[in-house]
Design a protein around this ligand. Sequence first.
Ligand code: AVJ
Length: 316
Amino acid sequence: MMLEQFEKDIDQGLSDFPKTLPSKYFYDKKGDELFVQIMNMPEYYLTRAEHEIFKTQCQEIIEGLELDPNQFFELIELGAGDGTKTKELLEVLHKSDYKFEYFPIDISQNALDQLEQELCKELPAVSVKKKQGDYFAMLESLRETNHPKVVFFLGSNIGNMSDQQASEFIYKIGANLRPDDKLFLGVDLIKSANIVLPAYDDPAGITKAFNLNLLSRINNELDGNFNINTFLHQAKYTEKDGIAKSYLVSTKEQTVTLNGSGKMYHFTKGEKIHTEISRKYNDEIINTIIHDTDFQITNKMTDSNDYFADYILKRS
Ligand code: AVJ
């Protein structure tokens, strides 16, 4: 982790009005642990829904990706995390004797090390080459070889971006791939607030702890004095917008100092820090996002509840 970039991004966000903090900084060691707990919560349907697609539709995935058992390819995963879903596919590919290498990319070195260890035990024959980094920065490395590629971007991780950012990101992926390469994109679908909101505001308070951990991380890494007991977690979602938003709300007027940088930030009572967007999608939104990229939708797979979709996008 480059401290300078972190310090700069935090300063920029807290100097903004309204205040913001980048959601990519949730994932330190504690944040990784909390996110694993989130994925196991009954309210967080996203991971289970996508896992169901991987458990029940591997053959459709392989066909949709037009994989050939005799043609070596690279399976690149952006934001691999604990890789639970991908492992289902890796196992089928391995058993069916496909020739491939797996390149998990994640911002969390900790998550990557754990994933590598588990794969070494569970699927020792699969070649794994991990890369740590912000996935925006990792895209260029796609160009290093000319093997056919499938890029996996699962879990609705793209939902943390604005549509404009998502569009640019997918464009960049395409710019670093070649014709017929594929992007496998997992997204949460727009659905009613009574299903979405509890996923981002659970009664056990795990999401609250995940959100507040961002302030603890700032305290730890920038020697800050955020009193996390004076901030509340808040989640908002309306089906019309299709965007869940998370905030931290200051319960009192206060000034926070980051001794690492010497900077101070003032909060009024009730002032919010916007920490995350979790966008939900439908076909129309996906088509708008990819409109100016080199990708077309060739397949779509959904879970039995129609909560979640995996799209296969083909590079022209
Ligand atoms: C990992 C970005 C998909 O937005 O649903 C979970 C992160 N934030 N609970 C999401 C998250 C709060 C998650 N993504």
